[in-house]
Design a protein around this ligand. Structure first.
Ligand SMILES: *Cc1c(COP(=O)(O)O)cnc(C)c1O
Length: 820
């Protein structure tokens, strides 16, 4: 491995730690902050960070996995429990992480570019990487690692072989930037832009700008657009400054833009006395702005304008996400072929490890970019694969095969992507999870195409990061010790099954709940080991339940008696059951008067044990019914107290659903049942929801037509165009779940940023949009709902609730998952 190894004693000094060494000779080269993502055990140090979950809690698990160095802020004085371990005790483990990264950064004297801004940071970083790669060996932040933790981890990856670094930073409140500046110590600064949106972490726009500019305090060169700093009265950093503008005087002034061939943007500008130009393969406003920022950077760095033009024209779109799709032969395919280096490989492998639906995991990996002797590099790759449970490796490229002896798993090698494609049939890829990870020049998208099922072009995209974010949001609302049961009934509210459950399991929720036994069985088959509650269990499914370790909800004496009979025949003892109490919903559950009889049955039945008792709130989102909610909570409290007293043991109690969590903190009891909130919908938030949108429904345009005045569109001539216009036919209809009542202008979709209405009646498999005045073309992507076109609003329009819209997206619409 190329990375420098620091003696643990030096790490102790740099972090100012009080040290407890059992092995003072240890060396450190890998930083670890997540117990689920460990690697390079011999040289790793684990930082017990205080976060949503206190990192100290994971020390035994991390020690068990083989890590021996720990940076902690509190420690167990019983060090005998950790033979051979080093403990470095510091007041603040995050500060220690940052100090260590800053120390590492100081070892290098090549240029370091830091990027910040409200939008476009990651794209500008990736594009600069593409633009500068011919001259430099660039180290850059993986994906969008730009936080207080992400930045030090990115900087730590710098090594002797690099000649340029590009790091991005993101902050959410005052006081954070100085820490990042000390870690990055940038020599060149780039501000992409400043968004208008008011951010809660800052008291004013002025303060937000001042905080962002702090990053560039000591840079030799600062590149920015003065437009974003208009009216800013503070000092503008940078020994030297390079400005760009589309509206006035600057070092690079863009004076004109023009769309060519419907796919290029031709930009003309002035650079000092020179006329400059560039042709870029993007048309949307955000991309063009990011391009100009990159253009300015190239010129500021002294590149010839013609070279700049040449390179900008070849920019590739940035795709920063892993996509999980259904593959052929019952495989799942994780597609991540946008870039390849060891840090993005490690991230992709973590995701592979998280998906348990198939017992076998295969990695298709190309040569890693780079030149010179690469023993260390492939050594590092092999150790990553070993640690992350890859069963089979398929290597592609002239180099990787020469390192075959380093890979301990089943392995095969091909010289080129073409050769692999020719042999695809012989590889026998069946019922496994396949990770595709290739450098861009290998064109792995061709393999992806060959391995994935053809998708009907209407897809429901599920953003797993957003789901994780929302889970963490609700976690932060819980009182200490309160657990989470994630409700994944109805294919996780229409968004998938094992893909979501695997993510939830990885994120350590405590329980899952499904509606029917079949759903639970499918999850068990996909490797879900979490306890699972089945809400509609009946006598017919009891055998299946027991065979798969699923736990039934018991809502009546009849069900309880049947269950006891089956379990006693099987001589089972203490089978976990969940008692449903009816506190006001009047759907399923024991009425208060029936509790006595239920307890009588339970007391005489050693075959079952109450694992939990629960009830359901009827109106948790609605303030008008708060009195009734309180009444439900009080009744629930009373009934469960009686149960515990009679049974002589305690069990978990849970009452709240999504909206109950934030609106009724006192009703959290021992656990909450979280459903729709995971997908970013919680009607308790009337405005300004803190959640992220996790599901986006998309389709595409099949045909565009220009119509004369007076012509009509669709069945029964309901769509009328008195002045003529342009219409687009898109591949979604009521059979896909797009409600027919959204026809004739009621529904809106968005194309290239234009919000356009439906026209005419919605058909079964398609519908038409009025795209007059827009640049809509055949093949363009069409957004049906997302964070702008909100499901809540559609539901309101249709007189229904978001739950129905979500679960109404038909199963023929393919689900695609992604993870950034
Ligand atoms: C569906 C369901 C939930 C989840 O409700 P959300 O409002 O989606 O959070 C919780 N409990 C029960 C019994 C349910 O049926």
């Amino acid at each position: 491995m190329n990375h420098k190894i620091y003696p643990v004693t030096e790490v102790g000094k740099v972090t100012g730690a009080f040290t407890h060494f059992s092995d003072p000779g240890a060396g450190i080269r890998t930083l670890s902050t997540d117990s689920r993502k460990l690697a390079d055990m011999d040289h790793a140090v684990f930082f017990a960070l205080a976060g949503r979950r206190d990192g100290h809690q994971f020390i035994p698990e991390v020690y068990q996995a083989g890590v021996r160095n720990f940076i902690v802020s509190a420690y167990d004085r019983d060090l005998d429990r950790y033979p051979g371990a080093n403990f470095l005790v510091v007041p603040d483990t995050l500060k220690a992480l940052q100090a260590l990264a800053a120390h590492h950064r100081s070892q290098f004297s090549f240029p370091v570019i830091a990027i910040t801004g409200s939008n476009g940071k990651t794209v500008v970083k990736e594009w600069l990487y593409q633009l500068l790669a011919p001259e430099y060996h660039v180290i850059r932040s993986p994906k969008s690692y730009n936080s207080q933790i992400g930045v030090p981890l990115s900087v730590w990856e710098m090594n002797e072989s690099h000649t340029l670094a590009i790091f991005e930073t993101g902050i959410s409140r005052t006081g954070e930037m100085e820490a990042l500046r000390e870690v990055i110590q940038p020599t060149i600064g780039i501000l992409t832009n400043i968004g208008e949106a008011h951010q809660s972490g800052f008291s004013s726009r002025e303060e937000k700008i001042a905080e962002k500019l702090r990053l560039f305090k000591q840079t030799g060169l600062f590149i920015y657009a003065p437009f974003y700093l208009e009216n800013y009265i503070g000092e503008i950093p940078g020994e030297r400054r390079f400005t760009w503008s589309r509206h006035g005087h600057a070092d690079l002034e863009v004076v004109d833009d023009e769309i060519l061939e419907d796919k290029y943007q031709f930009l003309r500008g002035r650079f000092g006395a020179e006329e400059v130009q560039c042709l870029v393969p993007f048309m949307d406003a955000a991309s063009v702005e990011n391009v100009i920022c990159c253009w300015a950077t190239l010129l500021a760095l002294g590149y010839d304008p013609e070279v700049a033009d040449d390179r900008l024209e070849k920019l590739q779109p940035v795709r920063m996400r892993l996509e999980l799709k259904n593959g052929i032969n019952n495989c799942s395919v994780i597609d991540d072929s946008y870039s390849l280096d060891t840090s993005s490989l490690a991230i992709a492998l973590d995701f592979l490890k998280q998906q348990n639906q198939h017992p076998k995991r295969t990695l298709i990996l190309s040569d890693l970019p780079g030149t010179g002797p690469q023993d260390d590099l492939y050594e590092q790759v092999a150790s990553l694969l070993g640690n992350k449970f890859v069963d089979r490796l398929i290597g592609v490229g002239p180099v990787i095969g020469t390192h075959h002896d380093k890979f301990k798993m089943q392995a095969q090698f091909f010289d080129s992507t073409e050769e692999l494609l020719d042999n695809l049939g012989n590889l026998k890829l069946v019922s496994e999870t396949i990770l595709l990870k290739g450098a861009r020049i290998f064109g792995f998208e061709r393999i992806s195409k060959a391995l994935t099922q053809k998708v009907h072009e209407t897809i429901l995209e599920i953003n797993l990061n957003a789901l994780e974010f929302n889970l963490n949001f609700y976690r932060s609302q819980l009182r200490p010790g309160v657990g989470i049961m994630a409700v994944v009934k109805a294919f996780s509210y229409g968004s998938g099954s094992f893909e979501i459950a695997n993510l939830l399991q990885f994120n350590k929720v405590d329980y899952l709940a499904v509606a029917f036994a079949d759903e639970g069985v499918a999850l068990r088959k996909a490797g879900i080991t979490l306890p699972i509650m089945v809400m509609s269990a009946d006598a017919g499914s009891l055998d299946t339940l027991i065979a798969h370790g699923l736990e039934p909800e018991v809502y009546s004496s009849r069900i309880l008696e049947e269950l006891i009979t089956v379990l006693s025949q099987k001589k089972t003892e203490k089978y976990p059951v969940h008692i449903k109490l009816d506190t006001g919903m009047h759907r399923l559950g024991f009425m208060p008067a029936e509790v006595g009889g239920m307890l009588e049955l339970l007391r005489n039945a050693p075959s079952v044990k109450v694992k939990s008792a629960f009830s359901h709130l009827v109106s948790s989102e609605d303030a008008a019914d708060d009195a009734f909610t309180s009444h439900q909570a009080a009744l629930f409290s009373e009934l469960t107290a009686t149960m515990e007293e009679t049974l002589g043991y305690s069990f978990l109690r849970h009452l709240s659903n999504t909206s109950g969590v934030t609106r009724h903190p006192s009703a959290q009891f021992d656990m909450v049942r979280l459903g729709i909130g995971l997908y970013g919908i919680d009607t308790a938030f009337k405005t300004r929801s803190p959640l992220q949108t996790a599901v986006v429904l998309k389709t595409s345009i099949s045909q565009v037509k220009i119509l004369e005045p007076g012509e009509t569109v669709g069945y029964n001539r309901r769509g009328v165009l008195p002045h003529g216009g342009k219409i687009a036919t898109v591949k979604i209809g009521y059979a896909d779940g797009y409600d027919r009542r959204l026809g004739n202008g009621a529904g809106k979709m968005s194309i290239n940023g234009y919000l356009v209405p439906t026209i005419g009646n919605i058909c079964m498999d398609m519908c038409m949009l009025d795209v007059t005045g827009t640049n809509a073309r055949e093949g363009d992507e069409v957004i049906v709902f997302d964070e702008e076109i909100r499901i809540e609003e559609m539901a309101r329009q249709l007189g229904t609730i978001p739950y129905e819209i979500l679960t109404g997206v038909s199963q023929r619409v393919k689900r695609v998952y992604f993870y950034e």
